[in-house]
Structure formats: structure tokens, C-alpha cells
Design a protein. Structure first.
Length: 218
């Protein structure tokens, strides 16, 4: 089964007056759709746009694996639980595991707009200690494992006309960051996503240089 969701159908959120524009792929906050709560362990996939000087003040999380992919700009992340402070730049993957409870701050302290995609996944087992990892410049197709959720992330950057194989897994979640792509006859553009269940042998053809996040899920 292939369930394509369009960018135009995302829920609008954030606080535009404060410089935060958010587009939600799943039910989130005050936006509730009982038929769109999660896909496997994926609880949220948010497209975030923060203008310079804006951001999210310290807030709590628990029982969530938070994976952030910066598209452009720089994200300042401050984790008051583990004491980590750092910058996440375009092409970097940040993985913040909140465990049984953690707090952090996310801001755009740079001079340019910040755009990132943030995906939340539920762990297979509750509890655990918070942890933080930053992978700078994740290479095309390099697997990034999220063992607590039984998931693997790969970032693919196909060139125009290139065909790439969709991983074989019980579930696969695709999010298009940029480019024009074709999946099994469906045209996909920036912000579109696909939820794939038990569909081996799929491939994606890029009509233009693209970038997409590919989550292999249990």
C-alpha cells in the first residue's frame, strides 16, 4: 500500500507573528485527526521555518526520539538535561532522545532564515536516559540508525534522471525536501510524503535534482 500525502494538506501551526511557521503531517497540538495520528513509530513530521531571532523556548519532552534535518540556516540547540549546546547546520542530522524526560531550547540565532524538518518517533520500550547525537554532513544513502524506535534514516540526493531503490522494510516513510520525483506513477514535490506498507521492489526516479528523507520502519 502506498499512501501519498500532499504538502498542501499539511496542518498549519506555529506562531507566524513570532516568526515561526510550521506545517504538520500528523495530528499535532490543537490539530487532531483521529485517522492521522501516527504511521508505525512516526508520531510527527514537521516542516519548520524560523526567522532570525525566533525559536522555541525551553520545553519538555518524554518518550520521544526527535530527529532533525536542517535544510538551510543554522539551528541553535540547548539541552538543559545533558548540558549540550551546539549548532546544527544544513546537511546535519541531530538526534535528541528524550528518554524518561528532558528539556531543550531550539532557536534561530543566525542572520538568515532557518528551515528544518523534524520527525518524532516513539521508542519501542518506555523509559531510558536522555541522549544527544549530532552527525555532521550525513552522506547520501548513509544509514543513520535509531535503534530505540527500530528505525533507520537515509537521506537520498538523486540527480536529474537518476533512479534510486526504496528500501525493503515493513513500513517506509518518505518526505520530499526538494526536487520533482516519481514514485510508482505518482509525482511528488517538496513537502509531499508517502507512507508505504509492504511494498517491496519500489524505486524513485528524479525529474530534477532532489533530496528526500527515507525512514525504514518496523
Amino acid at each position: 500500500m502506498i499512501d501519498v500525502r500532499r504538502a498542501a494538506d499539511r496542518y498549519e501551526g506555529g506562531n507566524p507573528a513570532a516568526g515561526i511557521t510550521t506545517r504538520h503531517a500528523f495530528s499535532f497540538g490543537s490539530f487532531y485527526d483521529p485517522d492521522n495520528i501516527r504511521f508505525g513509530p512516526v508520531l510527527a513530521c514537521n516542516e519548520e521555518l524560523l526567522r532570525p531571532g525566533s525559536g522555541f523556548d525551553e520545553h519538555p519532552h518524554s518518550q520521544t526520539e526527535i530527529v532533525t534535518w536542517v535544510v538551510e540556516g543554522e539551528l541553535t540547540h540547548k539541552d538543559s538535561t545533558t548540558g549540550h549546546t551546539g549548532l546544527v547546520r544544513a546537511g546535519d542530522v541531530q538526534h535528541f532522545a528524550s528518554g524518561s524526560g528532558a528539556r531543550h531550547i531550539e532557536r534561530n540565532d543566525g542572520p538568515a532564515p532557518l528551515r528544518f524538518v523534524q520527525t518524532w518517533l516513539a521508542p519501542l520500550t518506555a523509559g531510558g536516559e536522555p541522549s544527544y547525537r549530532l552527525v555532521p554532513g550525513l552522506a547520501d544513502g548513509e544509514p543513520y540508525e535509531i535503534p530505540a524506535a527500530g528505525a533507520v534514516l537515509r537521506v537520498r540526493r538523486p540527480g536529474a534522471g537518476e533512479r534510486i531503490t526504496v528500501p525493503t522494510a515493513p513500513r517506509v516513510y518518505l518526505h520530499v525536501v526538494r526536487g520533482d520525483l516519481r514514485l510508482d506513477g505518482e509525482e511528488l514535490g517538496p513537502g509531499d510524503s508517502a507512507r508505504i506498507t509492504d511494498e517491496p521492489g519500489l524505486s524513485i526516479v528524479a525529474g530534477s535534482p532532489g533530496e528526500l528523507l527515507v525512514f525504514e520502519l518496523p
